[in-house]
Design a protein around this ligand. Structure first.
Ligand SMILES: [Fe+2]
Length: 179
């Protein structure tokens, strides 16, 4: 099954790379941001890396916390950028909250880059607290979009997707914290 998944992933990665190339060369138009295409490409590559290790070693890689935090803080920051950019301009308060999360994750990224592994603990706690608040914001957003209480061009499936990724990241942070 892993080998089948790797084969599918190679095709999916090549497809996303082709779309990104054509969108950035202005030979293909899509309503998706180029950054969103880069973002889902990075996610597919991380998944490919995980499956490769699983296939070669027979167990899940224990993700190195700093590397993992840098990856997912970047992903969380970009989600906030997408949310901000896809909300209706009248949703000023939500845009401001999304913007605040962009700033929070940007600062967490800067701090993580500066620190070595020994001093990560405090930062991981801060990341966990921020991501719990962010997960609640995304959950409220997904509900508001589904119940037609928020004006936006965000597809309900995208709102659900970013919520699931915040939950995934929380699981990684909590598991790593227990090691
Ligand atoms: Fe994502």
């Amino acid at each position: 099954m892993n080998r089948n998944v790797l084969c599918l992933l190679d095709g999916l990665i090549a497809f996303k790379e082709k779309i990104l190339r054509e969108v950035t060369a202005c030979s293909l138009y899509t309503a998706n941001y180029p950054l969103l295409i880069e973002h889902i490409l990075r996610e597919a590559k991380l998944y490919r890396q995980t499956i490769t290790v699983l296939e070669e070693k027979g167990c899940m890689p224990s993700e190195e916390l700093k590397k993992s935090e840098l990856f997912w803080n970047q992903i969380m920051m970009e989600h906030a950028m997408f949310i901000r950019g896809l909300l209706d301009p009248t949703e000023c308060e939500l845009m401001q909250t999304a913007d605040d999360f962009v700033g929070d994750y940007c600062r967490l990224l800067e701090e993580a880059r500066k620190q070595d592994c020994r001093t990560m603990d405090e930062l991981t706690i801060k990341t966990l607290e921020t991501t719990e608040k962010y997960r609640d914001f995304k959950a409220a957003g997904a509900e508001g979009i589904t119940l037609c209480r928020i004006r936006s061009v965000i597809l309900p499936l995208l709102a659900d997707h970013v919520l699931r990724e915040a939950n995934h990241y929380l699981r990684i942070l909590k598991n790593e914290g227990r090691r």
